[in-house]
Design a protein around this ligand. Structure first.
Ligand code: NAD
Length: 336
């Protein structure tokens, strides 16, 4: 059988990237919608053939408990609402796929993990790049020492943010570029090494006179030191346009630029003085469908998602340390 998903929050990412991709899934299907806007429930309900009985407002959300067609709740709301809806979904007995960043704080992440554990439901975070072929190959090559043992990683993610949106309101976003886009640099450094950083040092630059940055940060550069000795130099930005990373070893480097967009990943490898592109055949399922199918397969088989709640928590621990390092202008140690 196909696992039934309820999508919560009918914003840009849900309606443009996620909902259209259920069509490419083998094990997942869209069965319910949750929104505060009746006209969106009407529009997308009609478009995806979701009956009235499977359309919910936020006030009606807890009634999903009585709908056996819903197996998984996919939370695609502003960041500060992730914890509340994850906990309520778990209490309704549903598995949860929650967008990145997992929440606004380590404390919220722990509450979410505990709620799903108590309910006996699975929790996965929407780290779609783990289902994207070039990123998967980069992980394999990096960890396999293709260009020699990794010594350095550089990772950059940024875009010039448009004004007047929830991402620029700390109460809804939990933070600025680091929470939204810098998290891709951090997550990549962690998945390319397979290690957890032990030390972080960060520098922030934000023009507080820019109306976009009244409550959240613009740019942060951060350096992560890993137990094996790998150093990752990372950038997060809300005012410059870049997306990529390089894994640099003793014999050359593996580059992905861009690395984490919705499409168009491009890989270049330089080894022993020779630079060459590396191309893969188009995947059978894109990263969005593969992500949806992975959670569905975990529900069907009882397996744990490769990007479970603990992954989101691990990133959030480092993000809090990055903020502390930047604020206190010192290196912060991360203990196990
Ligand atoms: P969006 O603004 O387009 O959508 C957010 C939705 O939440 C809107 O429909 C809005 O009406 C609704 N909402 C409900 N309560 C709200 C409230 N109190 N205030 C504001 N909006 C409220 O945002 P988005 O770009 O779709 O992002 C949603 C989530 O998805 C975020 O956590 C974001 O980080 C994540 N996201 C992930 C990716 C990815 O590639 N994995 C890409 C984009 C967004």
């Amino acid at each position: 059988r196909k696992i039934g998903y309820a999508v919560v929050g009918l914003g840009s990412y849900a309606t443009r990237q996620i909902m259209p991709n259920f069509g490419g899934c083998d094990h997942a299907r869209l069965v319910a919608l949750v929104s505060g806007t009746p006209s969106k429930l009407e529009k997308y309900g009609a478009e995806y053939g979701i009956p009235q009985t499977h359309r919910y407002s936020y006030a009606q959300f807890d009634r999903i408990r009585d709908n056996p067609d819903i197996d998984v709740v996919y939370v695609i709301l502003p960041n500060s609402l992730h914890a509340e809806y994850t906990v309520r979904a778990a209490q309704a007995g549903k598995h949860v796929l929650c967008e990145k960043p997992m929440a606004s704080s380590v404390a919220e992440c722990r509450t979410m993990i505990a709620a799903c554990h108590k309910a006996g439901t699975k929790l996965m975070i929407g780290y779609r790049s783990r289902f994207e072929p070039y990123n998967r190959l980069a992980i394999e090559l990096a960890r396999g020492g293709h260009v020699g043992p990794t010594r350095l990683i550089t990772a950059e993610h940024g875009f010039p943010i448009k004004p007047d949106q929830w991402r620029l309101d700390k109460a809804l976003s939990g933070g600025g570029s680091m929470m939204d886009i810098g998290i891709y640099s951090l997550n990549a450094a962690r998945y390319l090494t397979g290690e957890e950083p032990v030390e972080v040092s960060a520098v922030e630059s934000t023009d507080r006179a820019d109306p976009r940055f009244r409550s959240v940060e613009d740019r942060i550069s951060f350096v992560l030191r890993f137990p094996s000795g790998v150093q990752a130099n990372c950038i997060s930005s809300y005012s410059s346009a870049h997306n990529g990373y390089r894994v640099i070893g003793t014999q050359g480097w593996i580059g992905l630029e861009p690395a984490t967009p919705y499409t168009g990943q491009t890989m270049t490898i330089r080894k022993d003085g020779v630079t060459a592109p590396r191309t893969l055949p188009p995947p059978v399922r894109n990263q969005f469908a593969a992500q949806l199918d992975h959670m569905a397969e975990c529900v069907l088989t009882g397996a744990t998602p490769v990007v479970a709640g603990e992954e989101g928590l691990a990133d959030m621990r480092v993000i809090e340390a990055i903020y502390r390092s930047a604020a206190e202008r010192r290196t912060v140690e991360l203990t196990a």
